[in-house]
Design a protein around this ligand. Structure first.
Ligand SMILES: C[S@@+](CC[C@H](N)C(=O)[O-])C[C@H]1O[C@@H](n2cnc3c(N)ncnc32)[C@H](O)[C@@H]1O
Length: 538
């Protein structure tokens, strides 16, 4: 499972839960519905969660968190101790977590770019690093922290790939997730923006000399690095974006039909840890939502919740890989949002193969591919050239009750992929000129061009599937054997992610095959028409 608490003895676990609940309900303005309960779900590999103990009608406020209990820049005692740390313009860097499932680099926290040795870490914090420092400050204060009972229920171990060994990461095989883990970049960021600040301002981070020396024991650089990772990962899986509009008015918490999911959003300096809201587990089919009000946040039921049913929040339409990267778990319901990344180099290789195949017996000379590259240089320099494309299924948004309808289906690739292929083939046409009639004719014919694209995609997808060390069938055998049905160990989750990607590849290949059949019918029809026209003329 993703967190933490697996090894905590049941008694201690219960006691921590109880103390946290007492602390929470003693916060001025906090509420906790009498028919809900914080429970131990470790037998389901789900840590703590909240269940209903009696039927709960739709639109029922389940619990309320006063904003004063949220741990963030406005409530942290660190702000008074190190005001300059909080004054610097928050840079929209690491917390840039987009919810779209594209392969944009923006999806991956961009750490290195922002780092400069000469940067004063006091002025270059972003919302993410600032919250790490806020959490470290509270952690180092132990029982003296006003949030101590809350911090005690936060995880100290994670199953997110950031913490996997090389061998465990190897199980992800050719998944694009491997490149997104960013362990080295995270190390570098934590050393320069976190460890340095704590070391330079120990008087602010450790309890004052009024406390016994053992409570003020200074952590080594390596211990601080590990603590920075732990807090960073806790933020990734637990923090909320507090910059969302107030949404007491129900309509405002949705953008059109789409859910504004509860998780890290974007470029803002208002991320915070929201006790109790983050005790809710989540799934792609859910039954509760957190409303962001002016003075408090409220969890509300979206539909009737039965006694014994778990109360679930929503993290967004995340693929299995993304759910694993951010939260360290996978669920069957998220598989509909699975994606696979297809590198341009594979598509380009396919296109070259198709174009080369067009050259008839009268082939005069090879296509000068380097000239094609030269022609495309400008676009590449201007950054208008994608290195990879994301293939995903079409899927409806969840409805207002947190339910999803209909099958998610592969119905084609992104328009940008097709545009890039068009630009590429235009360049090929220019280079070939009238040098090869068969190629020149094909590149001037709409149906032929479609055939080229489909053929290129067919071989690109085939090759992409071949990049994984095992077949989908082999992976499925592993998954069928999983005890309890849901992958929970790191290996199982890795197999789940790679199998999910292979399934999309298979669906895309199937779709290409159907398209090719249609185009072939179309072109046969055109040829027949051409022959008949000729005959009529004769
Ligand atoms: C915001 S916390 C929810 C509370 C958490 N279960 C705990 O014990 O602290 C998010 C983490 O809970 C776990 N989680 C959330 N939803 C889950 C689910 N449907 N199944 C299994 N684990 C889940 C994952 O470890 C995730 O990183």
């Amino acid at each position: 499972m993703a967190t933490t608490t697996d090894t905590v003895p049941v008694g201690d676990f219960e006691q921590q839960t109880q103390k946290f609940l007492e602390w929470f309900t003693s916060q001025p303005g906090a509420t906790f519905h009498k028919d809900i309960k914080l429970v131990d779900l470790r037998d389901k590999s789900a840590g703590r969660g909240i269940i209903a103990t009696a039927p709960i009608p739709a639109d029922t406020p389940l619990f309320t968190i006063p904003r004063s209990s949220i741990l963030c820049a406005t409530t942290s005692p660190l702000a008074a101790k190190l005001p300059s740390l909080f004054k610097g313009p928050a840079e929209p860097t690491v917390a840039e977590e987009s919810h779209s499932h594209t392969a944009d680099d923006d999806d991956v926290p961009d750490l290195v770019e922002e780092l400069d040795e000469n940067d004063d870490p006091m002025n270059s914090q972003d919302s993410w690093t600032l919250l790490i420092l806020i959490l470290i400050h509270e952690y180092l204060h132990g029982p003296q922290s006003a949030w101590f009972p809350y911090l005690s229920v936060l995880p100290n171990k994670f199953d997110t790939p950031m913490f996997w060994t090389g061998q465990e990461l190897g199980e992800l095989q050719a998944s694009a997730l491997v490149a997104k883990v960013g362990k080295e970049e995270a190390d570098e960021m934590i050393r320069s923006k976190i460890v340095r600040v704590v070391k330079d301002h120990e008087e602010a981070f450790y309890p004052s000399s009024a406390y016994p020396a053992e409570k003020r024991k200074k952590l080594s650089e390596e211990e601080l690095l590990a603590l920075g990772h732990r807090m960073g990962s806790a933020i990734m899986a637990y923090a909320f974006d507090l910059a969302k509009e107030d949404d007491d008015d129900e309509d405002e918490d949705q953008e059109g039909d789409g859910w504004v999911e509860d998780q890290l959003a974007g470029q803002n300096d208002t991320m915070g840890m929201v006790p109790m809201a983050d005790m809710l587990n989540a799934d792609a089919i859910f039954n509760a939502h957190i409303n962001h009000g002016e003075g408090s946040l409220t969890a509300t039921s979206l539909r009737e919740i039965k006694a014994g049913e778990e109360i679930l929040n929503y993290y967004g339409p995340l693929s299995s890989a993304e759910l694993l990267r951010r939260y360290g778990y996978v669920t069957a319901n998220h598989a509909r949002y699975d994606v696979v990344e297809l590198g341009w180099e594979l598509i380009e290789k396919g296109l070259k193969k198709m174009v080369d195949g067009l050259q008839g017996k009268k082939k005069k000379k090879e296509v000068q591919w380097e000239k094609v590259d030269d022609l495309l240089e400008d676009e590449k320099e201007e950054g208008e050239w994608e290195d990879s494309f994301v293939l995903e299924r079409q899927s409806e948004d969840p409805d207002s009750e947190g339910q999803v309808h209909g099958e998610a289906e592969f119905v084609g690739w992104p328009e940008e992929l097709e545009e890039q292929v068009k630009t590429y083939l235009k360049a090929v046409k220019k280079v070939v000129g009238s040098g090869d009639r068969a190629v020149a004719e094909a590149l001037g014919d709409k149906t032929k061009k479609k055939e080229i694209l489909l053929g290129a995609m067919r071989s690109a997808l085939e090759e992409r599937e071949g990049q994984y060390a095992t077949s989908l069938e082999e992976d499925e055998k592993v998954l069928v054997g999983i005890e309890g049905g849901r992958p929970t160990t790191r290996r199982e989750m890795a197999v789940w992610v790679r199998a999910g990607e292979k399934r999309i590849i298979r669906e895309a290949r199937e779709w290409v095959k159907k398209q090719e059949e249609e185009v072939s019918k179309e072109s046969k029809g055109q040829e027949k028409e051409g022959r008949e026209a000729k005959r009529r003329k004769a």
